[in-house]
Structure formats: structure tokens, C-alpha cells
Design a protein around this ligand. Sequence first.
Ligand SMILES: [Zn+2]
Length: 310
Amino acid sequence: MIRSSVQVRLSALDILKRARGYTLPRSTLAPRLFKPVLMLLLSLLLSLVFDQVRVSEGQPRADSARQWYVALDPGHGGKNYGAIDPREEGRYEKQYTLQIANKVSALLKDAQIKVWQSRYKDEPHSLRSRISKASAAGVDLFVSIHINDAYVVGPRGHGTFFLAREAYEESRLRVREFNTEYRGSLFTHSVKQKVKSQQVKEVLLDLIHQRAQHESMHLAHIMNQALELYSPFGTRGVKQGDYGIIKGITTPAIVCEVGFLNHPKEGPFITSKEGMDALSRGIALGILRYLTLRRRADLMIPESLIPPQK
Ligand SMILES: [Zn+2]
């Protein structure tokens, strides 16, 4: 059905009046249009907040003074061991992911990025606490680091994952739940202004969530390309799925599976100092490239992150 622009304009006016406390005569059109029009208006507002506009090289960047804040989540911890290292007794994914995250963190700090880590030692953290605390801290993006393993030895290569569309609704509800739990802190971090209406707040949170999901796709592709420069075992590509660790977050969020721990060649590479150094450079480069390309960050990419010639 096509509605005329006059009707739409009148409805937008009604909405403004309603927001100012006017009582409107009962109409069936206005309530139906309220949410979509509000979402459109707030979406325009959010495009400024999220710095969505792409910039080409050499263009002046607007965010030179901004302090970027990145969340790193070393997968697993405590009794949640993750993949088993078949070559070394007592060594698991949880230890290697922490080592890699520490290295990524050091590289990002060299590039003047502030880093939040979900854990700094071998301790358990529920998925819920990782995501809600990262969101409440007000991070700009969230990267969960994992190492794969296969039931049958053979597969190799890194892959990058972001949330599937089918998981959006659950993720959206989780965002609202976390926001209530943290007394609106997710909201105030995302939009720096006070909004009193509960309905407007919920629409804004939904929009922030939608934007974050869209940006997660970009972050995943940029990250996967950066990792490809540093992993000698090829890429399995970017995929979407229903991943608990990135559900309910209001910032772009991805999972990096840096390779297969039980592959006879890739496993030893991942667990070697050389391999961990290479993979952490790939992850740090992916984050810096994303911030530069998609968020207009004015960052210096350190020389240590210049990719090796293949
Ligand atoms: Zn894992």
C-alpha cells in the first residue's frame, strides 16, 4: 500500500505534538505510523552518533580526539576449558586465547586504544556477564577470541563470525534486559543525552542494536581479511550464526576462530610464540582498520602491524 506524502507529514506533526503533551483526536493512522516514523527520525540522529559515513583516504577525519575503547574476550576460562591441545597435556584453548588477547591488548595500547578485557587470568565468566559488562563499560566494539577444533582431524584455517538474522530478536530482548539491569548505562553510553520517554528509549535501544548488528558484518569482513594476511593456513571465510557470546550487545561484535588446535600443522603454529605473535597482529590490524574505515578514527597504524609479504 502506498500512502501519500501529505498523510505522512501530518502524522509526523501529530507525533511531535504528542511528544509535547498534546492530546490528539483518536485516529487509526497515527498510532500505526508512530513507531516507523519515530524509528526513521531516530535513525537519522543515530547515523551521526555512529559515524556511519564512509570516508576516503586523505579526507579530514572528524574524530581525531576521540578515545577509542575496545573489548577483547579471551574465550573460555576456569572449568570451561575450550578445545584440548592434543600435543601438550594440561594445555587448553582457554590458556592460548588469554595469551593471544594479552598480545592484542598490548598492540592496541601502542596505537593509543583503550582496552577492556573480559578476563586477565584463568577464571570463569558467564556469557551473560561478559556481554553485559562490556556493554555497560561503553566499549566501541567487541572481539571474542577462540581456537577451533574438529571432530575428525583435517580442517584448518581461520574464520570470523557475526550474529545471524534469526538470532536478532533474542539478542534485541537481551539488550533491553541488560539495560534494565545496568540502570540504563548501555543507553547513556550509546546516546549522550537524557531521554525520559520509555517508548522512545526502547525504540532507540532497538536502533542502536540494529546498527551494531549491521556494523558487525563490516567488522567481521575487515577482520577476516586482516587475519588472512597473518595466517599461513588460509581462511574459511566470514559466517553468520547464533552465537551466545555476541548476543545482546549494543556495539559491533564478532567471534574470531584463529585456526584449528588439533590440526597437525596449524595447531603447533597457533601455540608457538611466532604463531601467537602473527595472529595477534592480524586481530589488532583488523580492529584498527575497522575503526579507521568505518568509524572515521584518526589512528596511526604502528609499523609492527604492517603485514608480511606473501
Ligand atoms: Zn572456543
